[in-house]
Design a protein around this ligand. Structure first.
Ligand SMILES: C[S@@+](CC[C@H](N)C(=O)[O-])C[C@H]1O[C@@H](n2cnc3c(N)ncnc32)[C@H](O)[C@@H]1O
Length: 316
């Protein structure tokens, strides 16, 4: 085991390179730092008798930036012992590109996104915002094994909805059918939308899907709005802003083949959705952290009327 690095009054610009060097050399680093629980009324960087105050979040962020796992800290009186470890990190994103990439046997099924408290809360808030009536029609695009559909019961306990889930992965849809036998699931490539038999929906939900490689994102998005949303209907989309590896959740969207986060593509796509939706009379909310949630609800005019989607139908 390596000697602990003891930090009290050292600024982060000294700590960062020293911890990075230790990790590069040994694949792990032990740190002894001031215990932030001793004084909860401080701001990051404030000096206390024990050293510079930082919240535990700062050490989690340091571990994230240095691509390692922060083991559960140990409290030793006025000090906190931290252990950072590099893990081999099996990524969920390094898989084949076939239609079963997210299938029943894929690594993806090990993940339950609703364990992310921020995403869970954002999605429940988004669902409350869209004010679904009992019997509302809901289209879930890229529904996969249907895990996200449990949100409907959580947001609207006791309500019945008509839910249609579409995806290219037949094996994931089989799992969804076992979870939600009362909903309907179809194997469908979203690039082939519009699909007249689907009809229109009061809510179009698409989580972590539209940016997938192979999806003609812009065209599919406009088609969903124009051909599959009912007048007065709402939209909830989410875009990943993290990288998932076994044992580690790392903040920030990546460009293809980039290790470091770069949010430019995410911001471009969000801006495009938001501009288009606002232009067509929607009120748009953007929330989230590891996954960004965009909620679009029709603006209610001064008379209480909701705008129709005729303008969206123009496709402009
Ligand atoms: C990252 S997963 C997201 C799944 C789920 N919505 C979630 O948030 O956990 C993307 C989903 O989109 C599906 N998908 C990818 N390309 C598709 C396409 N062209 N048509 C329909 N579904 C597609 C995948 O099979 C997968 O289930």
């Amino acid at each position: 085991m390596s000697e602990p690095l003891i930090f009290s009054f050292e600024p982060m610009h000294e700590i960062l390179p020293r911890v990075r060097a230790a990790l590069n050399g040994q694949g792990e680093a032990q740190l002894s730092v001031p215990n932030p629980d001793l004084d909860l009324q401080r701001f990051p960087g404030e000096r206390t008798p024990q050293g510079i105050w930082r919240p535990l979040q700062a050490w989690l962020d340091l571990a994230d930036r240095l691509e390692c796992h922060l083991m559960t800290p140990v409290v030793r009186g006025e000090r906190l012992e931290l252990h950072l470890r590099r893990l081999p990190g099996a990524s969920l994103h390094r898989r084949s590109k076939d239609q079963e990439r997210y299938g029943a046997d894929s690594e993806f099924q090990r993940l339950d996104k609703l364990e992310d408290p921020i995403l869970l809360d954002d999605l429940l808030e988004a669902l409350a915002r869209v004010r679904l009536q009992p019997g509302a029609r809901i289209l879930d695009v890229g529904v996969n094994s249907g895990r996200e559909l449990q949100l409907l019961d959580l947001a609207y306990p006791g309500h019945d909805f008509q839910v249609v889930g579409i995806d290219v992965s037949e094996s994931a849809l089989q799992l969804a059918r076992t979870r939600f036998a009362h909903y309907s699931f179809r194997t469908l490539d979203v690039n082939n939308l519009p699909h007249a038999a689907l009809g229109r929906f009061d809510l179009v939900l698409s989580l972590g899907t539209l940016q997938s490689s192979g999806i003609e994102q812009d065209r599919v998005f406009r088609t969903l709005l124009r051909d599959h949303l009912s007048p007065g209907g709402a939209l909830i989309l989410s875009l990943p802003n993290c990288r998932l590896e076994a044992g580690r959740l790392s903040y920030g969207a990546r460009l293809l083949n980039f290790r470091r986060p770069d949010l430019s593509l995410l911001l471009k796509d969000l801006a495009l959705y938001r501009r288009h939706l606002q232009k067509h009379g929607f009120r748009v909310y953007v929330t989230g952290k590891y996954e960004i949630v965009l909620t679009a609800v029709p603006q209610v005019g001064p008379t209480g009327d909701q705008p129709t989607l005729e303008s969206a139908a123009s496709g402009s």
